[in-house]
Design a protein around this ligand. Structure first.
Ligand SMILES: [Cu+2]
Length: 167
C-alpha cells in the first residue's frame, strides 16, 4: 500500500507536465486550409466568436449561428478554429456529439448553455479583441469559413468597464 502511494504521486506529476507541454506545442492545424471550394448553397454562418478560457490551458468555446435556407437538412461534422487544436461539438450539458443537424429553413444556434463548440489547445496568439477564422465542416465535406471575433471569458461582466464615459 505504502509503496503504491509513493509511486502514484510522481506519476501524476509526470502526466501534468506532459499535458502542459502538449498545449504549448499545439501549432495551427492546416487541415481547414482552403483547397476545396468553399461555401454551401443556402447556408450562411454568422456571428462567429471564440470565447477564450479564463485560465490558459483550459478549453475555450466557439459560438455561431448557421442558417439553412437550403432544401435539405445539413449536418455539421466538425468545426475548426485557426490557432487552436481539436474541437468537439457539445450539447448544453457538455456531452460530445458526433454531428449537429440543421433542418431546411431553420437556424441552428450555437450559444452558451446550448449546443456549442468546445475548443481545445487554444494557442497563445489568439488574443481577445482580435479575430481568427472558424471553419464549419459538413458531413458531405463542404465547408464554410468565416471570421470569428475573439472574446475574453466574462467579457459581458467587464463590459461595464469599457462603458466609462470619455471626457
Ligand atoms: Cu462543452
Amino acid at each position: 500500500m505504502t509503496k503504491a502511494r509513493l509511486f502514484a504521486l510522481p506519476l501524476l506529476a509526470v502526466l501534468a507536465t506532459v499535458s502542459l507541454s502538449g498545449c504549448k506545442g499545439a501549432d495551427q492545424p492546416e487541415a481547414a486550409a482552403s483547397s476545396a471550394p468553399e461555401g454551401k448553397p443556402g447556408v450562411t454562418v454568422t456571428g462567429a466568436r471564440l470565447v477564450l478560457p479564463a485560465v490558459a490551458g483550459n478549453p475555450g468555446a466557439a459560438y455561431f449561428a448557421l442558417d439553412n435556407q437550403g432544401k435539405v437538412m445539413v449536418a455539421i461534422a466538425s468545426v475548426a478554429v485557426t490557432g487552436a487544436g481539436k474541437t468537439e461539438i457539445h450539447t448544453g450539458d457538455m456531452k460530445p456529439v458526433d454531428h449537429a443537424e440543421a433542418e431546411p429553413r431553420t437556424t441552428l444556434k450555437f450559444e452558451p448553455g446550448q449546443v456549442h463548440v468546445m475548443v481545445f489547445g487554444v494557442g497563445a496568439d489568439l488574443k481577445a479583441g482580435s479575430e481568427t477564422e472558424l471553419t464549419v465542416i459538413f458531413t458531405d465535406g463542404d465547408k464554410v469559413s468565416v471570421p470569428a471575433k475573439i472574446e475574453a471569458m466574462g467579457a459581458a461582466a467587464m463590459g461595464g468597464m469599457s462603458a466609462v464615459p470619455k471626457p
